[in-house]
Design a protein around this ligand. Sequence first.
Ligand SMILES: NC(=O)c1ccc[n+]([C@@H]2O[C@H](COP(=O)([O-])OP(=O)(O)OC[C@H]3O[C@@H](n4cnc5c(N)ncnc54)[C@H](OP(=O)(O)O)[C@@H]3O)[C@@H](O)[C@H]2O)c1
Length: 274
Amino acid sequence: MATDVPSIKLASGYDMPLVGFGMWKVRNETCAAQSMRWSKARLENEAWGIGYLDLFLIHFPIAPEFIPFDKIRHPCFWTDKEQTQVTPLVKVPIRETWQMLEELVQTKNPNGVVRSVGVSEFHTQLIYDVLSYNKLPLSTLQIEHHPYLTQPELIAIAQENGIAVTGYSTFGPQSLLELGNAAAQGVKPLFETDVVKSIAEKHGKSPGQVLLRGCKQRNIIVIPKSNSVDRLKQNLSLFDFNLSEYQIKQISSLDRGLRFNVPNTLQRPIRTFT
Ligand SMILES: NC(=O)c1ccc[n+]([C@@H]2O[C@H](COP(=O)([O-])OP(=O)(O)OC[C@H]3O[C@@H](n4cnc5c(N)ncnc54)[C@H](OP(=O)(O)O)[C@@H]3O)[C@@H](O)[C@H]2O)c1
C-alpha cells in the first residue's frame, strides 16, 4: 500500500512520519498482514543483533527494579512474571536513565544503537529538568491525547522546546473497551459524540479519520492501533481534507480531563499523574 505520509523533523535531525502504527494489543495476524512481523522479529532478535532503533523512549518516569531477561524476556515492568507482586521502585534518578539513552545514541555499531531519544508520560517539571542537563536533544514526548484529555499546556511546553509530541489513544476510550476498563465503559464513545459525527459527515470521512486529522493539523504524531486492515488503511488516509480552526476548537471543547491509561496493577495504582 503506497501512501505518502508526511514527516516531522525531530530535534535529533531525523525525520519521523506523522502517522505510525500502534502495536499494543495488535494480533500476530495483523502484524503479518502489515509486514510488521519483520520489525517485531527485529526487536526480538536474540542478543539484540539489530541494526539500530529509530527512537527509544523512557516509558514512565519511574525506575522499577531491573528484572533479568532470563526471568522475563519482555518484562511487563510493574509486576513479576506471575503477576503476583508489584515490582519495587529503585533509587535511580531520571537523569541517570537519560544519560544511558544518550550513551546508546553515541555508541557506534556503526550508526548508533539508537538514533533519537525521548520520553513518555513526563510532565512539565520533569521535561524542564531533563532540558537542564541533556546533551543530546529530547526529540519526542509521548502522551495520552484525545478530545477527552487534550493537555494543551503540556503540548505547548513540548512544542515550544522543539520536542515533537506523539499522541496515543487518539480515539480515547475506544482502545480500553477491549480491556474492560470501567472508565472507558462509563463515557460516550468519541465516535458517537455529535461534534465528531457531524464534522465527519461534513467531510465525508470517518470519525476516526477526523480525530487523527485534528492531530496532524497541530503537528501531533499519531500511532493508531488497529487489527483491521481496512481501518489501518483508513488511518493512513488523512491527507486529502482539512478541518477548520473552528472544527478543531469544537473537538477540543469535549475535554473533560479524562485519563484512561492509568497503570493499576494488582489494585495498586502507580500514581505518576498526580
Ligand atoms: N506510552 C504509553 O503509555 C502508551 C499507552 C497506550 C498506548 N500507547 C501506544 O499508542 C498506540 C495507540 O493507542 P491505543 O492502542 O491505546 O488506542 P487507539 O489507537 O486510540 O485505539 C485503538 C482502538 O480503536 C479501534 N480503531 C482503530 N482505528 C479505527 C478507526 N479508523 N475507526 C474506528 N475504530 C478504530 C481499534 O479497534 P480495531 O483494532 O478492531 O480496529 C482499537 O479498539 C498503542 O498501540 C501503543 O503503541 C502508548
